[in-house]
Design a protein around this ligand. Structure first.
Ligand SMILES: Nc1ncnc2c1ncn2[C@@H]1O[C@H](COP(=O)(O)OP(=O)(O)OP(=O)(O)O)[C@@H](O)[C@H]1O
Ligand SMILES: [Mg+2]
Ligand SMILES: [Zn+2]
Length: 272
């Protein structure tokens, strides 16, 4: 083989490692085709009488690569925007197990199907004028999980979405004013585990201040809580009452029913 052919052979070898062959791909007329979009994953070239079959991207492969590139650009945009929200971002819960979950990680069941549809709709129609969501339900029913998915999907679309716990904000005593200001700047805020604040007049007051700081921006906010709407309405402390009044007035309420999915997971792990 001459040097040109050597170079070509190298390029072709590289193309074979760069493009993955899937189980449903198939060969037609000696060329590999994608089992999903039925377009070529291999081309045929003839150089000085020699045939080469380098791998190439099929139609759906090109689409996937393009959308991954857009998603990465959007994530970079969000990372840059989060610099202005750095104090708030220090409290962001979208780390660890809540970081890499997206709609395709969601496991559907009869108790959460409706919530999933509402979440999809919220993501697709998201704007700074969207109405917020309130996920209410027992322990382990998937409230934080679905909220984190919504946030991660929106980050993929270039939106600043931050998930917070009020206790964590309240205990950051050095930065209270800055945190209140930064709350107004994010596209989406999620307050996770509402109702677990310290049951003192100080705790109620601070919780109200944070919720109200977001509420007055009229931007969308998601809340998760173990409390039922009845419990929220019946609370007696005036700050709590004002807080829940704002929350109920600015959200669509979704009740998540069923048993704890944590217990379900533990049972499965035990059987295996
Ligand atoms: N739709 C889902 N698909 C896959 N896993 C899920 C789903 N919903 C919940 N889980 C799993 O169940 C666990 C419990 O869910 P999650 O933490 O969202 O519960 P929660 O309702 O927020 O509970 P708590 O009231 O204790 O805060 C999660 O860690 C996750 O692993
Ligand atoms: Mg939770
Ligand atoms: Zn394809």
């Amino acid at each position: 083989m001459n040097s040109m052919a050597n170079i070509l052979a190298q390029i072709i070898e590289n193309s074979h490692t760069a493009i993955k062959i899937n189980n449903n791909d198939y060969i037609k007329d000696g060329i590999l085709y994608c089992g999903n979009c039925n377009t070529k994953k291999q081309s045929l070239i003839n150089v000085q009488g020699m045939e080469f079959k380098p791998m190439c991207l099929c139609k759906c492969g090109i689409e996937k690569r393009n959308s991954l590139e857009i998603e990465q650009k959007n994530r970079d945009i969000v990372t840059a925007k989060l610099e202005r929200l750095s104090l708030l971002n220090q409290h962001n819960l979208l780390k660890g197990r809540l970081k890499d979950i997206y709609l395709d990680s969601f496991i559907k069941n009869k108790n959460n199907e409706k919530a999933l549809n509402i979440a999809k709709d919220f993501i697709n129609k998201f704007s700074n004028k969207s109405k917020g969501l309130l996920f209410s339900g027992d322990v382990g029913t998937g409230k934080s999980y679905i909220s984190a998915i919504i946030a991660n999907e929106l980050v993929k679309r270039g939106k600043t979405a931050i998930m917070l716990n009020l206790n964590s904000l309240i205990s950051d005593t050095d930065n209270q004013n800055a945190l209140l200001k930064q709350l107004a700047l994010a596209d989406l805020i999620i307050f996770d585990d509402l109702g677990t604040e310290r049951q003192t007049s100080y705790g109620f007051e601070r919780a109200y201040d944070f919720i109200n700081a977001r509420y007055i921006t009229e931007k969308p906010t998601i809340y998760t809580t173990n409390k039922s709407v009845d419990e929220m309405i019946k609370c007696e402390n005036i700050d709590q009452k004002r807080m829940y009044d704002r929350i109920l007035g600015s959200t669509n309420i979704i009740r998540l029913k069923g048993d704890s999915l944590r217990v379900e997971q533990a049972k499965k792990a035990y059987i295996l």
